[in-house]
Ligand binder design. Sequence first.
Ligand SMILES: C[S@@+](CC[C@H](N)C(=O)[O-])C[C@H]1O[C@@H](n2cnc3c(N)ncnc32)[C@H](O)[C@@H]1O
Length: 357
Amino acid sequence: MQNSDVITDVFHCRPDFEGALSDELHHAGQGSLFIETICPGLVAVRHPPGCALKKPCIFERQRIERAARIPLSELKPIADETFQRVMGAIANEAKTWSIQAFAVEDEDGALSRRLKGIVNTLLRLMKKQHSRRCVVYREAKTNVGHILQLCLTPTGLWYGTMAPADMTDLAVGGHCRVKADRWAPSRSHMKIEEAFMRMGEHPEVGQRVIDLGAAPGGWTYAFLKRGCHVTAIDSGPLRLPETQEGWGRVRHLRSDGITFTPEAEQIPVDWMVSDMLIPPGVALGLLRKWITRGWAMRVVCNVKIPQQDPFTAVEPIIDYLAQQSSWHFAVRQFYHDRREVTITGTTDRENYEGFSI
Ligand SMILES: C[S@@+](CC[C@H](N)C(=O)[O-])C[C@H]1O[C@@H](n2cnc3c(N)ncnc32)[C@H](O)[C@@H]1O
């Protein structure tokens, strides 16, 4: 293969998970890809044309396919030739486009500030050179023909243009931020809100929910405020805000979530959610039980992942879920997950908008 034939895709992940993402990419490409960590939070894959990985990876937040890099030294100032390289692909596009710019995480936010300056300069030059037909969107727009993604790292700016439908996530950099709710008993509620967003499904009034590992109550609160009936399982106390109405719809049981069996008249519940931070093997047993017995229509299960070989640890879960033909499952490390991944699944195929494996 000629060097000029090689295509580079870059994948953005949570810092510290480059190894897990690389293992996953190796697995998906059956070892035929050249994979290297560029910096914390960014992995590059070099491959021959036509070998792009279609499905989003568990540990991938965002990708830029057919990416190129400009060293930082060439960005101050931005020369005409650099501008043409970055903006060339979209500058001559008749269709609408937008820019999504993100930086890999750094300690003091200096990269993000620098990125702002770079984007402003590019947009100024763009307006100057294409003033008649350039529409500049400063926020993420997804109803556009192309999205130019920019990813700033400590050594350079990666860029590439993709159609919105090919992107891993429509949130900029895959940073699917959820607004904190000041009444929520814990920050954990952001994980369940992210799950609703990613599943494209929100709980409805009157739905029945089993929340395993519920205390102090962030997930329970997210369901209650939407009018659901929740059975919350945890030996610890719930700390639901006193000011909210509707708490009559929660039943708190101090039982073990792993061995818990729902009552016959509850089955199938609309949602079984688990945030017990259980290891992958225990999560697999729990899911197997709930799925084979038909106890739930939807599941959201947060799984704690080990320091060593996180991808290998979750592989058995993926293999099992892939065999469940009447379910649509996704396994992803959410933006709000730390050393965890979240499994979402639904039997409601028609309305399902998430990724399936
Ligand atoms: C991360 S916290 C859950 C946070 C909760 N989702 C929220 O939003 O506030 C984990 C909880 O799981 C509970 N837990 C762990 N193992 C459990 C088990 N086997 N059965 C029931 N609860 C369990 C712990 O007591 C702890 O309260």
